[in-house]
Every structure is written in structure tokens, then in C-alpha cells.
Design a protein around this ligand. Structure first.
Ligand code: FAD
Ligand code: NAI
Length: 468
């Protein structure tokens, strides 16, 4: 429509927003994207997935050199951590990646506005940055993401009571880091500093680690983390306060027996979840109310109650993951361009990049029980895998859950080496509605870690794993 400057205006340049902008441009739309930060890429590229994985990789190399090289017949001396260089490499990776998004915007002729977007009405926003600009559009996609959920009893100070935003840029390795929340950020960033020599104490409200994932995964991960590093866990425990005095922080907590626990730390990481970003958007000006969890309500086509305003990613319902945000961006842009779009939310993989890695797709055993799905479970441990033994990486397992009647795979869960990459096979199996028999029949290369998936699938079809 010529009366508007753009066909599609995307608010927020994270993995949801920038993918939506590219796809809309590919579909022939005139597209603009608005971002309030100086760099593009959102949480994922600047403070989330990319920097945390850069640090996880570097710290794992160090830890491997320290703990496993000797067994492989490699003697090293003088091994030490150069945290400054580790952080510099991480920053270089982030810079190259965010610059790549700038390049993609130019390549796809997407106009970039730097500033905070506020709705004026359903077809216009005001962008406030170095200058103030009004931008009009036929359609808008809100992709403003999420930020750290604060813990009312623990006030962060950016110095020694911090969130993941600061934890990716520490200047020295803490002596004792208390991690509040044993979810994915807690175990990933806790692992980084534990590998580099910190004592890490994880305090988790629920009864296990990474409680959103299959029960067996949390247990196996806990075992691995406590055997490799100086990590201690307190479950069913609620943090009641944290007071910083100079370089020290005293953390108080209460366990399920009503006992008070105290911890002396030099760093406290608050990682109890994230909340949608909707402030400054001016949603009231277009009549959009958020739900009880602060999310923007949408229908199956990502439309808010204002039909030309769409929303995707962390700011809407569903799991807060980069690949979920990106796929929603992709499909939302196609819907706006008049195409059909669909996302199979059951086939979204979930990965925890500790070592061993944890990865899953589909339903957990608890979810199967809740949904009344009668299932069979086949499990194969990596200690029975030749490839795992050759790599000196025998911890963990693959578990395949399949429907008792039809044999259709309903969930795959794994803890082990390279699980993050291997889960893609599970995603395809669920997407194509494969049976455990299908995966068990597929020829997997030998020797690889993926053979454990085939064996677990055979176990799910009956008692047929070969190497167990
Ligand atoms: P975001 O990436 O949050 O982007 C939203 C953008 O909108 C931001 O750049 C923000 O500045 C901008 N914005 C907000 N309001 C306005 C406004 N009014 N005007 C203009 N711009 C605005 N996910 C994974 O899948 N894998 C991982 O390994 C992973 N690791 C993570 C590690 C950490 C430490 C954290 C914190 C998160 C991690 N995540 C990971 C989650 C992932 O980062 C998010 O799910 C993903 O970034 C969500 O994408 P999004 O596009 O919805 O929002
Ligand atoms: P999370 O939801 O994964 O974990 C938070 C944990 O804190 C939960 O286990 C919860 O029970 C616990 N908790 C809540 N309140 C508590 C309290 N008062 N005291 C003690 N424990 C408490 O959230 P997290 O780790 O902050 O990560 C946020 C989101 O970012 C994740 O849910 C995920 O969507 C995304 N993310 C994804 C990653 C990946 O894909 N590898 C990596 C990092 C983040």
C-alpha cells in the first residue's frame, strides 16, 4: 500500500525479528527493522547464545586439557587460564556475528532504524534514538524479546550480584559463585566458571536440575557436573536474601525442612528465568493488553487483537529459544505475504550446552503420563558405544520414547557427547512421524555417537539393541 512507507516494520532485531525481516524482504515486501541497541542480533547474538557458547567452548578446552589430556597421552605443563584473551575471543565472535546481520540487512535492502519504537497508532510508530523519527507501516511484527526476571529478595548490583548479562564478561574467575536457579543459564554459565576453577553452589527451588527437561537428564547432568568440577547442589531450597559487603556476598536460603542455610560467596548469579519486553512499546495506544505473564497474546497466525500487528519470539507464549523465535519470524513473514504457514511446536529441540550436553525433542516421560500416552522406553548408555570409548566420553545415554500402540516416536532425550548436534536426527524423526522401528532400521555410520540413537530406538521396539 503506497500510503505507508513500508509493507512490514519489524520491532526488535533479535533472531526472531531479523529473520522475519529477511523473509519478508525475500517475499518482495518493503521492510524496515527498528532496534534500540547499537548492534543488531538481540539477546541471542549480544548477551545470550553466541557469547555463552564461545565461553563454554573455551572453558571446555581448558578443562579437557587439565583433566583428560593425560589419559590421551598428552602431557602439558604450565597450563593456565588467560581470561582476558578468552573474553576478547568471545567479543570478537560476537562482533563478527552481529556485523554479519548488518550485512544481511543491506543485502536484503531492509532499512534499519536505531532507536526505541513506541506505537502511536496501529499504522505508525515513533522511533526515539539520537533523533526522533515517525515510521509508518501496513503491518508490524513485534519481536522485542525478553530480559532477566528480577528476584525481589536479591537486588543485583552489576558487580558481585549479577545476571547473565554481566556473567558473560567477568574480569576474573570467582572463588565461590552462588548460582540462584538450576535452569539452563545456571548450569551453562555455572559450568564455565566451575571449569575455570571456581567453586560453584547451585540453589534450585524445585527438586532437580534443569527441571523443564526429562527427569533422567537432570539426574545424569548433576552426576556429571559434580564428578568433574567443584559443584554443589541444593534442591527444594529458596533463596531469601543476599547482602554484599565489599567483595563478599552473604546469601541466605531456606530448605524444605525449614532450615536456614548461609553461603559466603564472591559472586552471585541470579538466573531464575526471563520476562517478555513490552515496556516503552506503547501497547495501550493500540489497545493491546498483556496476559498474566506479561506476554503479548496472539492467535495461531501470530496476530494480536489488532490484525495488522503481529508478535513473535520471547515476547509471546512458548519456550524462549532462539530457533523458536526465528522459525516464528520466518512463518509470520510468509503469512503476511499471503502464504500458508505452520510450526510444529512439538518438534522444537531444547539443548543445554554443558559437557556432557543435554538435548531433547518431543514429550518427556512425565508429559506422556500427563497426556495419557501409553509409551515404550528404549535407553542406550554411551558406555556401551565404541566411539564414546575411543573418545573417552562415555557418560550419559540416549532415550527413545515411542507410542505403545503405533511405535511412533513421541520423544527423544539424551545426555552425552555432541548431543546438541545429534538431536537434529530426533527432530527429523518427530517431524516425519517416524516409528522407533524406522530409526532402528536406518543405517548409522560406524563408529559414531549417533549409533546410540539407533540402539535406543531398537530398544524401544522391544529388546533388540545389539551392543547391550
Ligand atoms: P531478543 O533476542 O531478545 O531480541 C529482541 C530485540 O528487541 C533486542 O535487541 C532489544 O534490544 C529489542 N527491543 C526491545 N524493545 C524494543 C523497542 N521498543 N524498540 C526497539 N527495539 C526493541 N536460546 C537458544 O535457542 N540457544 C541458546 O544457546 C541460548 N542461549 C542463551 C544464553 C543466555 C545467557 C540467554 C540470556 C539466552 C539464551 N537463549 C538461547 C535464549 C535466546 O537468546 C532467546 O530465546 C532469543 O534471543 C529470543 O529472540 P527474540 O528475537 O524473540 O528476542
Ligand atoms: P530457566 O527457566 O531455565 O531456569 C530457572 C530456574 O530457576 C528454574 O529451574 C526455577 O525452578 C528456578 N527458580 C525460580 N525461582 C527461584 C528461586 N527464587 N530460587 C531458586 N530457584 C529458582 O531460566 P534461566 O536459566 O534464567 O534461562 C532463561 C531462559 O533463557 C531459558 O528458559 C531458556 O528459554 C533461555 N536459555 C536457553 C539456553 C539454551 O537453549 N541452551 C541457554 C540459556 C538460556
Amino acid at each position: 500500500m503506497a500510503e505507508y512507507q513500508f509493507d512490514v516494520v519489524v520491532i526488535g532485531a533479535g533472531p526472531g525479528g531479523y529473520v522475519a525481516a529477511i523473509r519478508a524482504a525475500q517475499c518482495g515486501k518493503r521492510v524496515a527493522i527498528v532496534e534500540k541497541q547499537k548492534t543488531l542480533g538481540g539477546t541471542c547474538l549480544n548477551w545470550g547464545c553466541i557469547p555463552s557458547k564461545a565461553l563454554l567452548d573455551s572453558s571446555e578446552h581448558y578443562h579437557m586439557a587439565k583433566t583428560k589430556f593425560k589419559t590421551h597421552g598428552i602431557d602439558v605443563s604450565g597450563l593456565k587460564v588467560n581470561l582476558k584473551q578468552m573474553m576478547k575471543r568471545k567479543e570478537d565472535v560476537v562482533e563478527t556475528t552481529t556485523k554479519g546481520i548488518e550485512y544481511l540487512m543491506k543485502k536484503n535492502k531492509i532499512e534499519v532504524f536505531k532507536g526505541t519504537a513506541t506505537f502511536k497508532d496501529a499504522h505508525s510508530i515513533v522511533v526515539t534514538g539520537d533523533t526522533t523519527t515517525e515510521v509508518t507501516g501496513e503491518n508490524f511484527i513485534i519481536a522485542t524479546g525478553s530480559s532477566v526476571t528480577p528476584l525481589p529478595t536479591v537486588k543485583t548490583n552489576g558487580k558481585n550480584i549479577i545476571t547473565s548479562d554481566e556473567a558473560i564478561s567477568l574480569k576474573k574467575v570467582p572463588k565461590h559463585m552462588v548460582v540462584i536457579g538450576g535452569g539452563v543459564i545456571g548450569v551453562e554459565l555455572g559450568s564455565v566458571y566451575a571449569r575455570l576453577g571456581a567453586k560453584v553452589t547451585v540453589i534450585e527451588f524445585l527438586d532437580r536440575l534443569i527441571p523443564g527437561m526429562d527427569k533422567d537428564c537432570g539426574k545424569a547432568l548433576q552426576r556429571s557436573l559434580s564428578s568433574h568440577c567443584d559443584v554443589e547442589f541444593h534442591f527444594k531450597t529458596k533463596v531469601t536474601g543476599a547482602t554484599a559487603k565489599g567483595n563478599n556476598v552473604k546469601v541466605t536460603a531456606e530448605n524444605s525442612k525449614g532450615e536456614t542455610l548461609t553461603f559466603d560467596a564472591d559472586m552471585v548469579l541470579v538466573s531464575i528465568g526471563r520476562k517478555p519486553n513490552t515496556e516503552h512499546l506503547g501497547l495501550a495506544n493500540v489497545g493491546i493488553d498483556c496476559d498474566e505473564r506479561g506476554r503479548i497474546p496472539i492467535n495461531d497466525h501470530f496476530q494480536t487483537k489488532v490484525p495488522n500487528i503481529y508478535a513473535i519470539g520471547d515476547v509471546v507464549r512458548g519456550i524462549m529459544l532462539a530457533h523458536k523465535a526465528s522459525e516464528e519470524g520466518n512463518v509470520c513473514a510468509e503469512i503476511i505475504a499471503g502464504q500458508q504457514g505452520h510450526i510444529n511446536y512439538n518438534a522444537i529441540p531444547n539443548v543445554v550446552y554443558t559437557w556432557p550436553e543435554v538435548a531433547s525433542v518431543g514429550k518427556t516421560e512425565d508429559e506422556c503420563k500427563e497426556a495419557g500416552i501409553a509409551y515404550k522406553s528404549g535407553k542406550f548408555p554411551f558406555k556401551a558405544s565404541g566411539r564414546a570409548r575411543a573418545a573417552e566420553e562415555s557418560e550419559g545415554f540416549v532415550k527413545v520414547l515411542s507410542d505403545k500402540e503405533t511405535d511412533e516416536i513421541v520423544g527423544i532425550h539424551m545426555v552425552g557427547p555432541r548431543a546438541a548436534d545429534m538431536i537434529a536426527e530426533g527432530v527429523l524423526a518427530i517431524e516425519y512421524r517416524a516409528s522407533a522401528e524406522d530409526v532402528g532400521m536406518a543405517i548409522h555410520p560406524h563408529p559414531t555417537f549417533t549409533e546410540a540413537i539407533k540402539e535406543a530406538a531398537l530398544a524401544a521396539t522391544g529388546n533388540r539393541p545389539i551392543h547391550l
